[in-house]
Design a protein around this ligand. Structure first.
Ligand SMILES: [Zn+2]
Length: 112
């Protein structure tokens, strides 16, 4: 079952296309983040394929990417994010991690 609004975060699967992509990795990550946030606040897991597993502030974020069926780790080196799964700093995971980091910087990391 393929959903039209599916957000694919992995750079390997999507963002290596030759033609220019109109959405940036940050946009992709932001969309994924908004979905995750909505599903978290509504206390339902319906519309997101991401499960945040572990956050160590300013160090790394680990979350489960349901599209990949894998855990993805985004590390922060000197505050610069790096996706260990894609081995890139410009994939959707990084965009998601940046949003998540900003969110927890603002609201604290309780309840994760
Ligand atoms: Zn990635």
């Amino acid at each position: 079952m393929e959903r039209k609004d599916k957000v694919i975060l992995s750079r390997k699967s999507k963002l290596t296309l030759d033609k220019p992509v109109s959405t940036t990795y940050l946009d992709i990550g932001t969309i994924a983040f908004m979905k995750w946030l909505t599903s978290t606040e509504d206390n339902k897991s319906a519309d997101t394929s991401i499960i945040v597993k572990s956050i160590l502030k300013d160090k790394f974020i680990i979350f489960y990417d349901g599209d990949l069926s894998k855990d993805v780790t985004v590390v922060f080196k000197d505050c610069i994010p790096w996706c260990k799964y894609c081995e890139a700093d410009d994939c959707g995971h990084v965009g998601f991690a940046i949003c998540l980091k900003q969110y927890y910087t603002r609201y604290g990391s309780d309840g994760v």
